[in-house]
Design a protein around this ligand. Structure first.
Ligand SMILES: Nc1ncnc2c1ncn2[C@@H]1O[C@H](COP(=O)(O)OP(=O)(O)O)[C@@H](O)[C@H]1O
Ligand SMILES: [Mg+2]
Length: 313
């Protein structure tokens, strides 16, 4: 379990993390979602004791990182995929980590195997592709067999096969009962990897919820209707108080009535329905809606337009 309470971090005039409170429970993958610059990495560094909060706390199993007796055996993290000496082999990188943390050396080959690096174990890590570096970083995080794991944008720069592998791997770790926090600025990625979401913007909490609830929150209650009787239907719907708009693909978007209400209006009038369903917003729509005010940098709408947003620096 990770617990952040009123966590705050300032860099000069920038408040990178702003009163952030959330929990990361064991047994599920918690996605840490936010636009670039929203404070994800800063939060993860504070959890890992690499940055000191200005106020608030970040606890692992109820204790700050600095108070953990054997940190590497309680929490593992992949924060920077290139955090190794480039001239060392993958195996020697893991061996010094094991030796300095009183971890049996047999563990090194175990984790190399787990991440699929056995055949590259004797190669210099500096020559690794980004995907292989990410795997080595994950191996290092797993070395102490910790119950809590943090991964900062682990799929950035990976090819589709690598992304699939990471996704599957993280889900497996959570299924073993571990606490897994994985950050991303990619909504689609989170929808496929995470069970729960902690969504932030400009360092502040926007939502802490299941992926399903997050999407449901911004469904808007619209109904999609496909009918060959569009004109007659539109008149009936309008008379019933609904707002009707063409959706471009030949279907109608109806607001102000539920799908059953639309169907019940059609039946006595003999209006034909080919498709009728509530519109579910995508996770992307939900994210855009909720983070609109929270994006740090956005292009100005017109050349020379002045953005008065407080994020301008
Ligand atoms: N070491 C630092 N010094 C100064 N500003 C920083 C530092 N680290 C992060 N920031 C600023 O804090 C904000 C949050 O950054 P970061 O935590 O890296 O966001 P994310 O990981 O969500 O992209 C940004 O405005 C960033 O420029
Ligand atoms: Mg980051």
């Amino acid at each position: 379990m990770i617990t952040a309470h009123a966590l705050t971090k300032r860099y000069g005039a920038t408040t990178a993390v702003d009163g952030l409170t959330f929990e990361v429970p064991p047994g599920v993958v918690t996605g840490f979602l936010g636009p670039n610059g929203s404070g994800k990495s800063t939060t993860m560094r504070m959890i890992m004791g690499l940055d000191v909060p200005d106020s608030g706390s970040a606890l692992i199993g109820g204790r700050p990182y600095a108070e953990l007796a054997w940190p590497i055996r309680e929490v593992g993290a992949l924060l920077d995929a290139k955090a190794f000496h480039p001239a060392r082999t993958a195996r020697s990188h893991l061996r010094w980590l094991a030796l300095t943390n009183d971890i049996p050396l047999g563990r090194v080959d175990e984790v190399l195997d787990q991440v699929g690096l056995t055949s590259a174990a004797q190669r210099r890590a500096g020559k690794f592709s980004l995907g292989m570096s990410q795997r080595l970083g994950i191996a290092a995080a797993l070395l102490g067999d910790p119950g809590v794991l943090l991964f900062d944008e682990p799929v950035n720069g990976l090819d589709p096969e690598g992304i699939r592998w990471v996704r599957h791997f993280l889900r497996g770790l959570a299924a073993e009962g571990r606490t897994v926090l994985v950050s991303s600025h990619l909504i689609s990625e989170m929808s496929m990897t995470a069970d729960r979401l902690v969504v932030i913007g400009r360092g502040r909490l926007i939502a802490e919820t299941s992926v399903a609830d997050f999407v449901a929150r911004s469904g808007g209650g619209a109904v999609r209707l496909l009918t060959p009787d569009a004109d007659a239907f539109t008149a009936v719907l309008a008379a019933a108080g609904a707002e009707v708009a063409g959706d471009g693909d030949g279907s109608l978007r109806v607001e102000g009535l539920t799908a059953p209400e639309v169907g019940d209006l059609a039946a006595p009038r003999g209006l034909r329905i080919h498709e009728l369903a509530p519109v579910t917003a995508s996770l992307e729509d939900a994210f855009m809606e909720l983070t609109q005010a929270e994006v740090e940098y956005r292009p100005s709408t017109a050349p020379g337009a002045v953005d008065a947003g407080e994020g301008e620096r």
